[in-house]
Design a protein around this ligand. Structure first.
Ligand SMILES: [Zn+2]
Ligand SMILES: [Zn+2]
Length: 204
């Protein structure tokens, strides 16, 4: 029997950033139905396809953080400031993440980057704008596994169930979509079970 081959996609083909252009699938907090989150010019929009519930949220487009060299242990650190009230202060006292000693640091404001990666912008299986649970979300041995939308889910199933995986043409030495997947998802012994979990999500 010929083996099912699949070509991987360039890194970023399926990212939070691209999903927010076409629609990131989340669970409606009102009715538990399928909701869609999009973002355009700094405004996030949510709309439920079942009950019609809508929400909007304006993003400031800026990231706030304190970068400092610890006076106690000497290490450089980078602490994000997420509280909107704290973001307005020019200086804040924060703890060094390595040794815990508290010292003042300057709050720096930088333009938010446009590129989201698979592993950094989805926290606890929630969308980064409203914090709603993703629609295509499942557990696997205590870890969360998700897809951003139906296309991403189909890609994951196709990639993980293939007998042979190839890098995209002219992509040697460059990152691919699958390079961003956590190791447990690519491990041969987990693949069949993982594909069954993901296929179950397709019927949602
Ligand atoms: Zn709803
Ligand atoms: Zn320190």
């Amino acid at each position: 029997m010929p083996e099912h081959r699949v070509k991987d996609k360039p890194y970023g083909t399926y990212s939070v950033y691209t999903a927010l252009q076409t629609g990131l699938c989340v669970t409606c907090p009102r009715c538990g139905g399928l909701g869609i989150v999009t973002s355009e010019r700094g405004t996030g929009r949510f709309q439920c396809t079942r009950c019609g519930h809508m929400e909007t949220k304006k993003s400031t487009g800026f990231r706030h953080r304190i970068q400092n060299q610890c006076r106690s242990c000497g290490r450089y650190y980078n602490v994000p400031i997420l509280d909107p009230k704290q973001q307005t202060f020019p200086m804040l006292r924060v703890a060094c993440p390595y040794c815990g000693s508290v010292m003042p640091g300057r709050v720096e404001k930088t333009k938010q980057s446009c590129c989201y990666s698979f592993d950094t912008d989805i926290r606890k299986g929630r969308d980064p704008i409203f914090g709603f649970d993703l629609w295509f979300l499942t557990g696997f041995d205590g870890k969360l596994v998700w897809a951003l939308n139906r296309e991403h889910l189909a890609y994951l199933i196709g990639y993980l169930s293939a007998g042979l995986r190839e890098r995209p043409p002219d992509y040697f030495g460059l990152r691919t979509q699958a390079d961003a997947l956590p190791a447990f998802m690519k491990t041969a012994k987990n693949r069949d079970r993982l594909v069954r979990r993901l296929k179950a999500l397709q019927t949602k």
